[in-house]
Design a protein around this ligand. Structure first.
Ligand SMILES: [Zn+2]
Length: 175
């Protein structure tokens, strides 16, 4: 009976197989994208660890600082909560480090693929680790304030560069 039906309506099975293939392809595509998003979020959080943002409240003009991770967790359409007036009117004005990630714009434009951006992110992270180790050692020695200051400036620059790299990553990932 089934065979007869299939013979009477040629193409039905082909159509069913075709629909199944499309459903599988869509499912695989969605799985891939949700997974790569999670990976990206984890890497972004890692890159922003220790980065401090400077913020200003549009309502009372209060200036304050907040860890980048907290800012990204809390920020909504109206900004984040101002600790002085309590209104959700505070926005990021820059990194407390004074290094603006925008200064790396030309360099970032040269990173043309996800692979290049990924390599750059790994390199900058190893540099950040190296400078952080040097800072710890210098702090422990406790007698070289100018070297410490220099290392902290270098670290701030590297972190801003890292922020720029992850912004570029996002740009490329979104096409
Ligand atoms: Zn305020």
């Amino acid at each position: 009976m089934l065979q007869e039906e299939a013979m009477l309506i040629p193409g039905t099975h082909t159509l069913k197989i075709g629909v199944s293939v499309i459903i599988l392809a869509v499912a695989a595509f969605m799985w891939f994208w949700s997974n790569s998003d999670r990976e990206y979020d984890a890497e972004t959080a890692e890159a922003l660890r220790g980065v401090i943002y400077r913020l200003r409240c549009n309502s009372c003009d209060h200036a304050f600082e907040m860890p980048a991770e907290d800012y990204l967790d809390d920020v909504g359409a109206e900004g984040v909560r101002c600790p002085k007036c309590g209104q959700y009117k505070a926005w990021r004005t820059g990194s407390a480090s004074e290094v603006d990630p925008a200064q790396f714009r030309e360099e970032m434009a040269l990173l043309a693929s996800i692979q290049e951006v990924s390599d750059a992110a790994l390199t900058v992270q190893s540099e950040i680790d190296r400078v952080q180790d040097q800072i710890s050692a210098t702090e422990a020695a406790g007698n070289d304030a100018s070297k410490l200051e220099e290392l902290r400036e270098e670290l701030a620059r590297l972190k801003a560069r890292s922020t720029a790299i992850y912004a570029r990553w996002e740009e490329l990932a979104r096409g």
